[in-house]
Design a protein. Structure first.
Length: 266
């Protein structure tokens, strides 16, 4: 697992400070929302509730991502719902990603996600926010996606899964585990040229909602067409769980992300 991408949910928010000027380059935010359902409670008291999965990706340009700390928190207009996450930039990918789950999102509300960044080695502080209409997730509307603030410089062109059973036994004894081999096709988006990416690094990372924080997946480089195909193996997958995939591709000094949701098929 990439330590810089680990996030903790439920910590108290950092104290507010005035925003600074952009520190030498964009601290570009991308905000996704995705409707899903989740179980609340257990046994005979289990109920199904709609949730809005909120994903924030922040890029570091202009300062090295090392020795950084980020706090991200969301607020909802007219509601007391809030959440906080902390993390740091991945030193190779030069970005960081945070997730929140908003249960029973109130209709007609505005979602605001604020992020505060400290570069400790240079003593620089930066704060900003991104807002969007809160996704109207209901039990009747569980597939709505609002990705209007997510750039399209890198895209996930396709995801496939292959289910396998592997014998991990030793000495003639058999022990079998299930694997889900997830293959991701990554490509440059319509806002970019293939040559920007040729030979540049690309990664895929993933997380399974409610089970684990980020896991580092495969890494490779883009071909001359600005495309790459990468595969990662998920051990003992939970069938039907929500799988979120983040593809990070570099072009020049930028790290440009793509986000994709799917369901574990194995």
């Amino acid at each position: 697992m990439t330590a810089a991408l680990v996030f903790l949910i439920g910590l108290s928010a950092a104290g507010a400070s005035p925003a600074s000027a952009d520190p030498g380059g964009p601290v570009a935010p991308n905000l996704d929302q995705h409707c899903a359902v989740q179980n609340s409670g257990s046994g005979p008291t289990t109920i199904v509730i709609p949730v809005d999965r909120v994903t924030l990706n922040v890029e570091s340009v202009g300062y090295a991502p090392a020795n950084s700390t980020i706090t991200a928190f969301y607020t909802i207009s007219g509601s007391t719902k809030t959440g906080t996450a902390t993390g740091a930039f991945d030193t190779a990918r030069k970005n960081a990603t945070f997730n929140f789950s908003v249960s029973n999102p109130p209709p007609g509300a505005t979602l605001t996600v604020t992020y505060q960044v400290w570069w400790h080695d240079v003593g620089v502080y930066y704060s900003n926010f991104v807002s969007a209409p809160l996704t109207p997730c209901t039990l009747e509307n569980t597939t709505y996606v609002d990705a209007s603030t997510w750039n399209d410089y890198v895209t996930v062109a396709g995801v496939s899964q292959r289910c396998e059973t592997v014998d991990i036994g030793v000495g003639g004894r058999h022990a079998y585990i299930r694997e889900d081999i997830v293959t991701v096709d990554v490509a440059h988006g319509s806002s970019s040229w293939p040559s920007w990416y040729s030979g540049r690094p690309v990664w895929i990372d993933y997380w399974i909602v409610g089970q684990k924080p980020y896991a580092s997946g495969a890494s490779d480089v883009f071909d001359s067409d600005g495309k790459a195909t990468l595969s990662s193996v998920i051990i003992t997958p939970t069938t039907g769980a929500e799988l979120d995939i983040l593809a990070s591709g570099q072009a020049g000094s930028r790290t440009l992300p793509a986000h994709f949701w799917t369901t574990i098929a194995c």
